[in-house]
Design a protein around this ligand. Structure first.
Ligand code: SF4
Length: 397
């Protein structure tokens, strides 16, 4: 058994442990575990500094999880957009492939509590229909392995999946959505990296939410992935009393770049059953992103998005930098709230597009009355169109 597997085995997961370790009332602990499984591995547990701190809140169950049970289990309509078991196909050219229900830690804010936590929730028997779907849908060029956490699979099982995906010619890139570099970095081993690099291009999207999660262990894991040609991006969820502070987020983004992880998304927390107590206001999210843009490297500024309820997908949210915009100009304010004017130009179109709009009579007339000069093939839409015969010949008309 590898070290990471032993650490999963040694995780806190029982009612007795919740009562002893975190002083949770027994009857509450029973209900919490029944609602959503607990798994706190020894590594992540060691990051807790005091009760109720940002690490504690992400992994120790709270009675608040039981207080919004009327909320939606699947606000993103992942199941409604699932044509076959284990696949969610929401966007035109990419698909989510759920390959396990297991995780190295069960995050209390998880948006997939309905699917994650025990082996019956995602059946491995369904993988064949998922592969067949991916094979048949030639428009899918990007597959994101998720779950659960795909790095809970053994290297052997994961390699079988990667090998099969690589046998599908239209799949260009494979992404792993995994929290392991953050919550159980011991999972990133030289053996795993040697295997992954046989199936490039492979990308990793990971999930750090707080600067305390950047440790010597997680640094080593992320650097090992980068050294083996796996670009790593980070998806942070904005959460009340965890990271809803612009200074905390800026520190996290800058530290991620230092360990060669590119900040990719900041999400507003989803409206998920059992996780609504983590939600913050949208204004707080805008404040957070406004304190990044301009104030630190552009590389440290991720997209700020709301994953739209009802399956609308990720929609970007920006602070309002546009004060006025018309045909003549745009008036903008910068990150320091200084105001600038940028003059507009008229739209230009390719000559070939203009010619397509010409009727044949006009074209005939032009060929008789114009003389060639062979000049460049773009001009303003609104200026009178003068086209030389050599121009027309050059583009085969
Ligand atoms: S690792 Fe991902 S899928 Fe697993 S509990 Fe955490 S958020 Fe949910």
């Amino acid at each position: 058994m590898e070290l990471w597997q032993q650490m999963v085995r040694d995780s806190i997961h029982t009612v007795d442990q919740l009562v002893d370790k975190f002083s949770i009332d027994r009857s509450v602990a029973e209900k919490l575990i029944e609602f959503f499984q607990v798994r706190i591995n020894p590594y992540y547990l060691s990051l807790i500094k005091y009760p109720g701190d940002p690490i504690w809140m992400q992994c120790v169950p709270d009675i608040k999880e039981l207080q919004d049970l009327d909320a939606d289990e699947d606000p993103l309509y992942e199941d409604a957009m699932s044509p076959v078991p284990n696949i969610t196909h929401r966007y035109p050219d990419r698909a989510l492939f759920l390959v396990t229900s297991q995780c190295g830690l069960y995050c209390r804010f998880c948006t997939r509590k309905r699917k994650v936590g025990n082996s019956e929730k995602i059946s491995m028997r369904g993988l064949e229909s998922a592969f067949k779907y991916l094979e048949a849908h030639t428009e899918i060029r990007d597959v994101i392995l998720s779950g659960g956490d795909p790095l809970m699979l053994t290297d052997v099982m994961l390699e079988k999946i990667l090998k099969r995906l690589r046998s599908i010619p239209h799949i260009e890139i494979i992404r792993l959505g995994t929290k392991m570099p953050c919550v159980l970095p011991q999972r990133i081993t030289p053996k795993l990296c040697d295997m992954l690099k046989k199936y490039h291009p492979v990308y990793v999207n990971t999930h750090f939410n707080h600067p305390w999660e950047i440790t010597p262990e997680s640094t080593k894991a992320c650097e090992m992935l980068a050294n083996n040609g796996v670009p790593v991006g980070n998806q942070m969820v904005l959460m009340k009393n965890i990271n809803d502070d612009p200074a905390v987020v800026k520190e996290l983004m800058q530290k991620l770049l230092k360990i060669r992880v590119r900040p990719y998304y900041i999400y507003m927390a989803d409206e998920t059953k059992g996780a609504n107590h983590f939600r913050t206001s949208i204004q707080k999210g805008i404040e957070v992103i406004e304190h990044l843009r301009g104030w630190t490297s552009g590389l440290a500024v991720p997209h700020f998005v709301i994953d739209a309820p009802g399956g609308g997908g990720k929609i970007p949210i920006l602070p309002n930098y546009v004060m006025e915009f018309d045909e003549e100009k745009i008036v903008l304010r910068n990150y320091k709230k200084n105001v600038y004017l940028y003059k507009n130009v008229e739209e230009e179109k390719e000559l070939s597009t203009e010619i397509m709009k010409f009727d044949s009579a006009k074209r005939k007339h032009l060929s008789k009355s114009t003389k060639g000069n062979g000049k460049a093939a773009t001009r303003r839409v609104s200026t009178p169109l003068r086209i030389s015969v050599p121009d027309l010949e050059e583009i085969g008309i």
